[in-house]
Ligand binder design. Structure first.
Ligand code: MTE
Ligand code: MO
Length: 503
């Protein structure tokens, strides 16, 4: 019983933790899929013939029975030798770990659930074995002590199983909700854009090793939000309400949105918390409907100067109405890099606004737009000390070489990115060891709303320590501010500088 209870704790807690990792990180799921992969074809066919669509259920049944038997066996000799039992559990854990890592959807971190389950399972085994009454034979006549310790053991065993089942059950419920949204997302075919983005010019990406690609793959895109667990929204349930200081308030559902004239736009998102040289920035191709047109339909009233957008989980952002209604492509986006928005990035719909930091504009999982006034309403981060308005500050960074890199002698390629959303970058310069500013080569301009890569080759590198500093100039001829500012309350500034050495 000690062995079986511990095994249940191992598998249920591993399963519970796996919710935060790839699905295949749940050890039983991984083991089952690994077995399916290694089962010869004829046996698979036989199983399908006999059990039909219940073949997986059958497999899990067999696996569970095998696990229970193995666990009972371990429990049986754990009393005699805890060391031997520990080794047996570790062998089991190793098999599970290999099964997890053998899955194509997993990486090294996905063995964490198995590790945690193993530690908790072993702990349970140790505790229960210590509680096993000295005599597991029927109590001697007249002696009450073994009965009490037996009851204590039963309580401990049942208690640990209950805790494990509860943990697995509750996270499974969460995972179920995720599945509805995830399934709706993968079933969703994005409609083509009415106005497609022009194909990227060949020089948009200079392919400099160590420098961010022009387009950030969605899986590498930085993620910032207050959501402890990602909101899972069934698009069929989603509506966006547009109301407040408007003549005609209305609501929009997802199929309305899919039927509207969607546009594509390349846009670089930036977080206000990004320090100079930091990586809270990413560039994507967005598909969505212009907020300008969405708002025009509601007919904002005179005097309104702000749109308060609110997400399903209560985050809010205050965006100047003027910016949402001028000619820039501020979008209610449903697509990112030719796919529906990933759950983490706001599925089914979010805002993206050229020129503003995310905290005042890029509301994910957005469900409400209220046309209002800055003096009447305050957004989430503004009540916490950040500025009510957040235009992005021009910035540039050195991405290669890395800080404190040790480089072989020979020419050195410097590279990085620079951005000044909705104004555009026209020049990037680099100064080595405080020397004269040298102009870098820029990638082909795609839009004033996206970053540009820059590249500079230094041929005269002498051995020793060096510093490099970068600065940008925008298309209006303004130089990036040299004044150092921390991210709070309205974005960092200053020139990015780093050290490196040449051998
Ligand atoms: N619902 C919601 N939307 C949000 C946030 C949030 O906390 N909740 N954070 C904002 C901030 S601070 C930024 S920088 C961007 C980041 O978007 P991303 O996670 O898609 O990169 O989302 C914005 N939208
Ligand atoms: Mo942010």
């Amino acid at each position: 019983m000690a062995g079986v209870s511990s095994a249940i704790v191992l598998f249920t807690t591993a399963h519970a933790v796996s919710t935060f990792y790839a699905t295949a990180s749940a050890p039983l799921v991984a083991l089952g899929s690994a077995i399916i992969d290694f089962t010869p074809g004829w046996l698979k066919d036989l199983a399908i013939n006999i059990f039909g669509t219940n073949d997986k259920l059958f497999l899990f049944g067999v696996l569970s029975v095998a696990a229970v038997l193995f666990a009972a066996l371990i429990g049986r000799f754990a009393r005699r030798s805890m060391a031997a039992a520990t080794i047996a559990v570790l062998i089991l854990a190793a098999v599970l770990g290999v099964a997890v890592l053998s899955r194509s959807a997993t990486s090294l971190q996905d063995i964490v659930p198995t590790l945690i389950g193993t530690v908790l399972g072993l702990g349970t085994l140790k505790m229960l074995v210590a509680l096993v009454p000295d005599s597991i034979l029927p109590p001697e006549e007249g002696s009450a002590a073994p009965a009490i310790s037996r009851r204590r053991f039963m309580f401990a065993a049942a208690g640990s199983v209950a805790v494990g089942l509860l943990a697995a059950g509750s996270t499974q419920a969460l995972r179920g909700a995720r599945n509805v949204a995830e399934m709706a997302r993968s079933a969703l075919g994005l409609p083509p854009a009415k106005m497609k983005a022009a194909p990227l010019p060949s020089g948009a990406d200079m392919n400099i090793p160590g420098v961010s690609s022009f387009l950030t793959p969605s899986k590498d895109f930085y993620r910032i939000d207050t959501a402890l667990s990602v909101p899972k929204i069934d698009p069929q349930q989603w509506t966006l309400r547009i109301h407040g200081m408007v003549e005609e308030e209305y609501s929009l559902n997802f199929s309305d949105l899919l039927g509207m004239d969607l546009v594509e736009h390349y846009l670089t998102l930036t977080c206000v918390s990004n320090p100079v040289g930091g990586d809270l920035i990413g560039n994507a191709k967005w598909l969505g409907y212009p907020l300008r047109d969405l708002l025009a339909r509601a007919k904002p009233l005179q005097g309104a100067d702000m749109v308060l957008s609110t997400s399903i989980d209560g985050f809010s952002a205050s965006t100047p109405l003027e910016i949402l209604t001028d000619n820039r492509q501020a979008l209610l986006a449903i697509g990112m890099n030719d796919e529906p928005l990933p759950l983490e990035h706001g599925f089914p719909a979010r805002m993206v606004v050229p020129g503003l930091y995310g905290y005042v504009s890029a509301t994910k999982w957005v469900v409400d737009l209220e046309v209002t006034r800055f003096q009447d309403k305050t957004a989430y981060w503004t009540t916490r000390g950040w500025s009510a308005k957040g235009p992005i500050k021009m910035s540039s960074r050195i991405e290669t070489p890395r800080s404190f890199a040790k480089l072989p002698s020979g020419p050195i390629v410097f590279g990085g990115t620079a951005w000044s959303q909705h104004v555009g970058i026209s020049k990037v310069e680099i100064s080595i060891d405080g020397g004269p500013w040298q102009e870098a080569t820029l990638s082909t301009d795609v839009s004033v709303d996206t970053w540009r890569q820059w590249r500079y080759e230094w041929k005269g590198a002498a051995p020793g320590n060096h510093t490099a500093t970068v600065r940008a100039t925008n298309s209006q001829g303004e130089l990036q501010s040299e004044i150092t500012a921390a991210p709070a309350p309205n974005g960092s500034s200053g020139w990015h500088r780093l050290q490196f050495s040449v051998e």
